[in-house]
Design a protein around this ligand. Structure first.
Ligand SMILES: *[C@@H]1O[C@H](CO)[C@@H](O)[C@H](O)[C@H]1NC(C)=O
Ligand SMILES: *[C@@H]1O[C@H](CO)[C@@H](O)[C@H](O)[C@H]1NC(C)=O
Ligand SMILES: *[C@@H]1O[C@H](CO)[C@@H](O)[C@H](O)[C@H]1NC(C)=O
Ligand SMILES: *[C@@H]1O[C@H](CO)[C@@H](O)[C@H](O)[C@H]1NC(C)=O
Length: 341
């Protein structure tokens, strides 16, 4: 992507932006798509065929675990070290080590500021800093995981608690390692809510990590969960329609994944049906067609039937009592660790 910096520290003359954008925008977007999806484990082969279609802009996925999904092997997989449990499992490191070389980015703790009931890992900033330095940082220089992984800080909820957690995490990191703190190569973010809140939260993270920091190279953000909970299909479509072009041109965003790669039947109560990319019959929803790009039409189905994706564990699910009034409090989702059958 052309570097079209938005932040003050990196501002270039406007004419330079415009020229670059005119030159590269169209082709760069098609080739270097930022688009991916959060994968809860869809049991329908036909859905997975559409998600992996070479004519779609979908280039990557993750599933909250270190275990890749074989049905999606044509895409870049981002492994995740979900919480303290994963750092204590003897399976985590060899599993990540064995991933194909197309996997380069490693995600760390999921919503440590959130409860386990809503899919979070519920870790104090102090404990997270210790576990991050001991367990995650060694993946960076290849002393773990067999190669030089690009690692991310833990991904918090998009709430004020999230920012507070990140501040305390950073302090704890420097308490432990005065010189290096907790090094990170990129930032991951979650957002559930309307467009204005999404752009505001991204701006806050960019300010926290880039504008207000002395680092030389600005960090890029990957939005690993986003959606508009409990809204009509029409409103959700309008939100996505506005969000995709915005994220595509925002230089500090390197990747984004919608939370909705499942059928309406499989949507959790907290997000509601509106986020789903597939309808009950496996046809693309209007939203799904928008997300998969111009080649795809509403109602279109992939080939094949039930699939080889075996859902081995369903550990996270919606807890209605957490559903926030302003959509900014908690990200909740159904979570499956998917293994190839
Ligand atoms: C960035 O720095 C300004 C000025 O010190 C401060 O007001 C603001 O809260 C900081 N932003 C973040 C996200 O920490
Ligand atoms: C983290 O803490 C260090 C040391 O206090 C400080 O220099 C740095 O600006 C902080 N980073 C962020 C992103 O707040
Ligand atoms: C989608 O966005 C385009 C412009 O980018 C606009 O013309 C169109 O009206 C939008 N559609 C909806 C349903 O919001
Ligand atoms: C939902 O969360 C609340 C508060 O954490 C808890 O008291 C309640 O038992 C949970 N509900 C279910 C069905 O687990």
């Amino acid at each position: 992507m052309p570097r079209l910096h938005q932040s003050i520290r990196h501002r270039r003359p406007k004419a330079f932006h415009t020229a670059l954008f005119a030159l590269f925008a169209t082709t760069a977007l098609a080739q270097d798509s930022k688009r991916g999806f959060a994968y809860v484990g869809d049991t329908h082969d036909s859905d997975n065929k559409l998600l992996t279609s070479s004519s779609s802009p979908l280039k990557w996925y993750y599933n909250w675990s270190p275990y890749a999904t074989s049905a999606l092997s044509s895409l870049e997989f981002l492994p995740m070290i979900h919480g303290i449990d994963a750092t204590e499992s003897s399976q985590t490191e060899p599993t990540i080590r064995d991933l194909p070389s197309s996997s380069k980015h490693l995600l760390s703790f999921n919503e440590p500021d959130g409860t386990t009931g809503s899919g979070g890992s519920s870790i104090s900033p102090e404990d997270a800093a210790r576990a991050y330095i001991d367990y995650v940082v060694p993946f960076r220089d290849g002393s773990k995981g067999g190669r030089n992984w690009l690692i991310s800080h833990p991904v918090t909820t998009g709430s004020p608690n999230g920012l507070d957690w990140l501040r305390r995490f950073n302090e704890s990191c420097y308490d432990i390692d005065e010189e290096n703190g907790c090094p990170t190569d990129f930032i991951a973010a979650h957002w559930y809510g309307a467009f204005a809140g999404l752009s505001g939260w991204l701006g806050t993270l960019d300010e926290f990590y880039n504008t207000n920091s002395s680092r030389d190279t600005p960090l890029k953000i990957w939005i690993t969960e986003m959606g508009l909970p409990q809204q009509s299909a029409e409103d959700t479509y309008a939100m996505m329609n506005r969000t995709l072009p915005y994220l595509d041109q925002l230089d500090y965003v390197e990747g984004y994944s919608w939370f909705g790669a499942f059928r309406t039947d499989d949507a959790n109560e907290w997000t509601g049906d509106g986020v789903a990319l597939f309808d009950d019959d496996g046809g693309l929803t209007e939203l799904g067609a928008l997300y998969l790009g111009n080649e795809f039409k509403e109602g279109q189905k992939g080939e094949g039937g039930a699939s080889g994706v075996r859902l081995v564990q369903s550990i996270l699910w919606m807890n209605k009592s957490l559903a926030p009034a302003d959509c900014r409090l908690e990200a909740s989702h159904t979570f499956h660790l998917s293994l190839a059958a």
